[in-house]
Design a protein around this ligand. Structure first.
Ligand code: ADP
Ligand code: ZN
Length: 729
């Protein structure tokens, strides 16, 4: 794309909007002209919509009917680098450009003039009369710390009418205030001294500084607690000192208050924050400041990648192996891969940090495409935990219990010594299956091909696919016999019952995302545990990430075999990562930790690799296996998901596509399927999958485009193309 630099009044310009039209439309530049990349408001039918001046007009529209741009917003134009990125990303992910543009314009009120605005924030006095609605408003305000909200937004978040908020304002429990729009961000000082680095850390930091200034990607691999964060904060400091902007992407951002505090301690001020928990006015403020170059560092979730940075010099992707970087709905993209793409266009540096990298990044480092830095040991005196297997074939397990005698005895010892134990089970709810003991019927979701999971805490059955819930019935919906429904298998809630039974005096904390009403409550629970407020912690995978529990010396994995079942191509890799991450929670302070895995297959190669601790050997073995099969990262894949209310038409379309595969065969790609998806129905829609495999260098997207060209779908059917699929469900 080459920019002419400026469009005069009345010139033909192409404007891209986020509306599903497919391509930019021609308009006339407004009075006073506009820059390429300008954010504008244009008429579209009877509506006014946001758009971006994409370039010179195509000239394919009758000049007499051409409408004018209504106004140019007072924000920095979208830079060519970002426009380029969006185009390339749309091509790569095979999505429409408007949908991708929408990711980059998720800040409401971009066109609002600066000035004063009225916000509502928490006041001091409790109202004399409390109602449910009032409580909800105050809860929202407390959840967001000191933040203020627009009237409408606050009412919406609390699920109340604006009258409730105004009523609270009269009592003084909520304060109404006029504040200037968009306060500037406090300056971060990159020259403040960081922590004194160990030799290994200092070398890694030097290496990152040496490759700054242009595009490069570095895999920063180090065991949990080795100081990866300290090291990449040095790269951030270097980037800020050059006057460029930095972005740190984190998974599960809502839990990162610990992280923000660390950044503040390092640079003397808080960075910009971008994630779903940030208020709309904060989003808009950050979005504008990014474009104006007035925020130096942004810490955010994957969608922060689409912010209009003025001069992006560094992107850190922390926990780069984390599955949540892949967006599985709407635009299907992997933020880790897209970070590398954006950085290459912005001449920025990328740091991918992980204790257990994805095989993709490991292989790119092996191939010399990425630099690689290793931090071998934990910082200071902390040591990595010992790891061992508990052979469940030799443990006498009582019926309805899941903690074997060995683990019971280990936990008992920890309680006596005043230390903490964590029991890890990656299953939410009470029991994964509810079965009728009279007829064998299993209760399933009415809309999905999934069993309902009993959540005793909520007193309901929940579908983990679509979120549908229903009361727990007393009689079987199939044979109608009373009182025969029984839970089968454990979830964390059921495990909690067992812990309470076995250790009645221990203080128990259960960390599962659905047991907390808000991110704040979860954060508080985590802080409480870190301060020693629990003896036993039961957790799902939310505990695997980044939390520091100094008193924790034992991690017991209830079912290490859980992830090994199924045919997912990454089953081994994911189990290895999760087990090593969970084990890494133990022994982060002076006391050495141990991680014990309950398993029925202690000889399984993956279990042995996890226990053996020879990570390089595991990666090499896993890489060889994938290479032999020609699958990612040594081959390319695309998932095709056909969905619709009726099954047969989907199969017909799939079969027809599979037969007419010339465009794919031309590049050596193969089609597998159609087959019913493992989750064959979601929200009442049937799902049929196909899989395309190709060699690494094959021009897969171009071939797919050719293959799907001219495809006509019935009105109610959809096709989704998932490039580099992570999930095969
Ligand atoms: P990682 O990101 O690899 O898990 P962190 O950077 O979080 O590791 O470091 C683990 C702990 O060790 C943190 O509490 C951190 O503050 C501390 N730490 C790491 N490096 C140093 C250092 N050079 N000086 C002091 N404390 C450090
Ligand atoms: Zn469902």
């Amino acid at each position: 794309m080459s920019d002419p630099g400026w469009f005069d009044t009345g010139a033909r310009v192409a404007v891209l909007t986020a509306e599903p039209i497919g391509k930019p439309l021609d308009y006339r530049a407004p009075e006073g002209g506009c820059f390429p990349g300008a954010f504008v408001e244009v008429p579209l039918g009877p509506r006014k919509v946001l758009g971006v001046v994409w370039g010179p007009g195509a000239g394919d529209f009758d000049a007499a009917k051409l409408r004018s741009v209504i106004r140019v917003f007072d924000v920095a134009p979208m830079r060519e680098e970002l426009r380029d990125f969006l185009v390339r990303m749309a091509d790569y992910t095979m999505t429409g450009l408007p949908q991708v543009l929408r990711l980059a314009t998720r800040a409401p009120g971009l066109g609002d003039p600066p000035g004063l605005r009225k916000i509502y924030r928490l006041g001091g006095d409790a109202p004399a009369r409390m109602t449910d609605a009032r409580t909800r408003v105050l809860d929202v305000l407390r959840d967001h710390g000191g933040a203020g909200f627009h009237l409408g937004e606050l009412a919406h978040l609390a699920g109340v009418t604006t009258q409730v908020v105004k009523g609270l304002a009269k009592t003084g429990a909520v304060i109404e205030a006029e504040v200037p729009r968009d306060l500037p961000f406090a300056r971060l000082d990159p020259n403040l001294p960081g922590k004194a680095l160990s030799d290994a850390q200092a070398q890694a930091a030097d290496a990152l500084r040496a490759s700054a200034g242009g595009y490069s990607t570095t895999l920063l691999k180090g065991v949990t607690g080795s100081g990866k964060t300290e090291v990449y904060l040095e790269a951030v400091a270097h980037c800020l000192a050059q006057g460029r902007q930095a972005l740190v992407l984190l998974p599960e951002i809502a839990l990162s208050s610990e992280f923000l505090a660390r950044v503040e301690a390092r640079f003397g001020a808080r960075p910009g924050e971008w994630h779903s928990g940030v208020t709309q006015s904060e989003r808009r403020r950050l979005w504008k400041a990014c474009g104006a170059g007035e925020v130096q560092l942004v810490v955010g979730a994957r969608s922060a990648l689409f912010l209009p940075f003025r001069d992006l010099g560094l992107i850190v992707v922390d926990e780069e192996h984390d599955g949540s970087y892949k967006q599985e709905e709407g635009v299907l993209y992997n933020a880790r891969d897209m970070a590398v793409l954006r950085a290459s266009l912005a001449s920025a540096q990328v740091v991918l940090a992980s204790a257990t990298p994805s095989l993709e990044s490991w292989a790119n480092a092996q191939a010399g495409k990425y630099h690689r830095l290793d931090l071998g040991a934990r910082f200071g005196t902390a040591e990595m935990p010992d790891m061992g297997a508990i052979d469940m074939r030799e443990e006498a397990l009582e019926a309805g219990s899941w903690i074997g005698p060995t683990l019971v005895s280990e936990v008992t010892q920890r309680i006596a010594a005043g230390q903490q134990s964590m029991l890890f089970l990656n299953r939410r709810g009470y029991a994964p299956v509810t079965i009728c003991r009279a007829c064998g019927h299993q209760i399933a979701c009415d809309h999905c091909d999934a069993r309902m999971v009993e959540h005793r805490f909520l007193k309901r059955l929940v579908c983990h696919q679509c979120g549908e819930t229903k009361p727990i019935p007393t009689k079987c919906p199939s044979c109608e016999v009373e009182g025969k429904l029984a839970p089968v298998g454990p979830g964390v809630e059921r495990l909690a019952e067992e812990v309470t039974r076995r250790f009645p005096d221990a203080r128990l904390s259960v960390l599962s995302s659905d047991l907390f009403g808000s991110a704040r409550a979860l954060k508080e629970a985590i802080v409480d545990i870190a301060n020693g407020g629990a003896d036993i912690i039961i957790g799902t995978q939310i505990v695997a990430k980044g939390h520091n529990f100094p008193k924790l010396t034992l991690v017991g994995v209830i079912d290490a075999d859980l992830g090994l079942q199924g045919s997912d191509l990454r089953a081994a890799e994911k189990t290895f990562q999760l087990m090593r991450q969970v084990a890494g929670r133990a022994g982060r302070a002076e006391e050495k930790g141990i991680a014990l895995l309950q398993t029925f297959q202690p000889e399984h190669p993956v279990i042995r690799a996890i226990l053996g601790g020879d990570e390089e050997a595991f990666w090499a073995q896993e890489a060889a296996a994938r290479q032999a099969q020609g699958v990612p990262p040594y081959g390319r894949m695309a998932g095709i998901i056909l969905s619709g209310p009726d099954l047969q038409p989907l199969f017909d379309i799939g079969s027809q596509l599979a037969r007419n595969d010339a465009a794919l065969r031309r590049v050596g790609a193969q089609v597998f399927g159609p087959a019913p998806a493992p989750i064959a129905r979601v929200r009442g829609r049937h799902r049929v999958r196909m899989l395309i495999k190709a060699e690494k260098g094959a021009p897969l997207q171009a071939a797919l485009k050719g293959w799907l060209k001219g495809l006509r779908l019935p009105n109610n059917a959809r096709i989704a193309v998932d490039i580099d699929p992570q999930s095969f469900l």
